[in-house]
Design a protein around this ligand. Structure first.
Ligand code: NAP
Length: 248
């Protein structure tokens, strides 16, 4: 696996779950880590501590990925401080579930704005510095639900399916500047996002998952690091499933 020494990796939603696991795996390979978070300062501080304990530089920036001005400022500030951004991981996400008949406008907007507009905002902001560098890698965290759908998750599925379209469009648009864009598509992973799933529903999921267990954040992070590495230098526009075989 390639070394990330001297590379700057920007991870949205890096305070917890999959984002934190990504931060730690990139740090184990020597990267400087900038994480973003929405409001959980204690968790963000803990991620920064865990990264610095590994001997790498780390910084946490609190902003809402759906807010264009805040995103632009965060990327400008990062480039000023660290001179470059080599890898962007668009990982921040929310899952607001509910049946369509009762689904509120506000929940639809929150889901789409965070999961899809957030990634769009970040890609637009990093595209300029990455184009100048003539190098960069972007990874969007989509979901099995964006690929196969799921009852009760209309807005979440739409946002994650949208991310796949965004990934492919950006892969084509940015390839001439040597910027690769891929997506990682996790199945059901043990994080705060999935703790609320009732035991009965989990049992049913496991019955249709050939590997017969939930995934771990580290397993998603490993796929993310691979796609960001030079080992994946001819891979762009791809959606890499990390789902235990639940959807093939
Ligand atoms: P999680 O544990 O709930 O963490 C969500 C992260 O996103 C937190 O760092 C949170 O910050 C941040 N965040 C939420 N809204 C934000 C906003 N508006 N602006 C900036 N940051 C925001 O989630 P996870 O399970 O690790 O999931 C990470 C990604 O993987 C998500 O995109 C999710 O949709 C996707 N995914 C997860 C699973 C799964 O089974 N867990 C499966 C497929 C895809 P705070 O800590 O400050 O709240």
């Amino acid at each position: 696996m390639s070394d990330f020494k001297d590379k700057v990796v920007f991870i949205t939603g890096g305070s917890r779950g999959i984002g934190r696991a990504c931060a730690l795996q990139f740090a184990k390979r020597g990267a400087t880590i900038v994480i973003n978070y929405a409001g959980n300062e204690a968790a963000a501080t803990e991620t920064v501590k865990l990264v610095t304990d590994l001997g790498c530089k780390a910084k946490a920036l609190r902003f809402d990925v759906s807010n264009t001005e805040e995103v632009n400022k965060a990327i400008d500030d990062t480039v000023k401080e660290f001179t470059r951004i080599d890898v962007l991981v668009n990982n921040a996400g929310v899952a607001v579930d509910g049946l369509i008949m009762r689904f509120a406008d506000a929940d639809y907007s929150k889901t789409l704005d965070t999961n899809l507009k957030g990634a769009f905002n970040l890609i637009r902001a990093v595209s300029r510095p990455m184009m100048k560098q003539r190098a960069g890698v972007i990874i969007n965290m989509t979901s099995i639900v964006g690929e196969m759908g799921n009852a009760g998750q209309a807005a979440y599925a739409a946002s994650k399916a949208g991310l796949i379209g965004l990934t492919k469009a950006m892969a084509k648009e940015l390839a001439p500047r040597n910027i690769r864009v891929n997506a990682v598509s996790p199945g059901f992973i043990e994080t705060d996002m999935t703790t609320h799933i009732p035991e009965e529903a989990k049992k049913m999921m496991l019955q249709v998952t050939p590997l017969a267990r939930l995934g771990k954040a580290d397993e998603v992070a490993a796929a993310t690091v691979f796609l960001a590495s030079n080992d994946a230098s001819y891979i762009t526009g791809e959606v890499l499933k990390v789902n235990g075989g639940m959807y093939m």
